[in-house]
Design a protein around this ligand. Sequence first.
Ligand SMILES: Cc1cc2nc3c(=O)[nH]c(=O)nc-3n(C[C@H](O)[C@H](O)[C@H](O)COP(=O)(O)OP(=O)(O)OC[C@H]3O[C@@H](n4cnc5c(N)ncnc54)[C@H](O)[C@@H]3O)c2cc1C
Length: 401
Amino acid sequence: MSRCLAERAIDHVVLERGEVANTWRTERWDSLRLLTPNWQSRLPGFSYNGADPDGYRTLPEVIAFIATYARTISAPVRTRTTVTSVRGTEAGYLVQTDQGDWACRAVVLASGAFNFACVPGFADRVPRSVATLTAQQYRNPGQLANGGVLVVGASSSGTQIANEIHRSGRPVTLSVGEHIRAPRVYRGKDLKWWMDAAGVLDERYDEVDDIARARRVPSLQLAGSPDRSTLDLNALVKIGVRLVGRLAGITENGRAQFAGSLRNMCALSDLKMNRLLNLIDEWVRVNELDDTTEPPYRLPPTYVEEAPPLGLDLTTGEIKTIIWAAGYRPDYSWLKLPVLDRKGMVHHDGGVVSSAGVYLIGTPFLRRRKSTLIDGAGDDARDLSDHLVSYLLSSPSRMRV
Ligand SMILES: Cc1cc2nc3c(=O)[nH]c(=O)nc-3n(C[C@H](O)[C@H](O)[C@H](O)COP(=O)(O)OP(=O)(O)OC[C@H]3O[C@@H](n4cnc5c(N)ncnc54)[C@H](O)[C@@H]3O)c2cc1C
């Protein structure tokens, strides 16, 4: 957004409570690699030109990449500056921070969609003998006591964390809710390549039937690893991870209760994956690429044991740690504008917020399916900065964004 505003000669400042790339420095586990290939993290005026376009950036590489981009575009970032409130004024907005106040005519909310890991209300019934961590607090298996681990959530974070912990010798039980299975490589190319080429990632927010639902869909069950292997539930079962249904509750005497819907959840996930692969096959056919592309195939269905356990006594010592990997939510506690819905989400139309001059960026399916990815920021920022310029021109007066 900063780059797009600079291109449009809009005087602006970027306020950041930590350092540049703060979330990657402070809220991710050590072994994380991007699940998007190197070529795919395209930002305005920047694309990958290294030797490994199909590789997946490690965490230090992601931090270096974002920090280098900020330097390259000379983004006017004020680090170690926490925004404590944003309020409307007669002239625009007053942004209060722990480093002084800013008056501005427009505000871009770019504080991230993943500020808190979701933890269910019944988490306070976890027995004291069991340690709990969120996916944001988890760093590596060395942090955990020896013994069993219950990982709650089986999308990209949960499956990657479960895989690493189980391989460390701590038996993992994985509680599986809604997720979308995905092969890493399909017909010889990265799944993300197909999704990009076939236009799936460019699908617009005003083209889908139910945008509220589309914004809640979990991330694809993908992981970036040097061997480009598929990390799905079958791969986890193969190494000994035990699958159970969605964690529905914890009784007062410390018994975890799992939904009986595991088989259905997995069947639905297989169905969604195959729908995506059908779409890719159709794109290959329409573009007459069948002869030059590897033939289509389908993964075997997700294996679910005959009668997965519906409960687990958390007081026996079998489970030493629970890791919450059931999704993330944003934090707008500092936003003192009447733009939040009942669930605390910003009400917006493709990033244009109902309070004039306020914009949102970086949230799932903001304007396009790819909005939740680094790669989606550029197109969204171009669109929103154009809107912002029109807004400023409609009531001229020189002031910062
Ligand atoms: C576990 C995980 C893995 C992911 N993997 C990928 C991937 O492989 N590929 C991909 O493209 N995307 C991935 N994403 C999505 C990716 O994080 C987002 O696309 C990207 O971070 C969005 O950038 P952002 O700047 O909008 O938000 P963020 O990276 O969340 O940055 C928001 C910034 O705002 C700051 N901030 C928040 N509140 C305040 C405040 N009150 N005052 C001042 N500053 C504040 C934060 O410190 C932070 O630096 C992943 C996300 C997660 C959670």
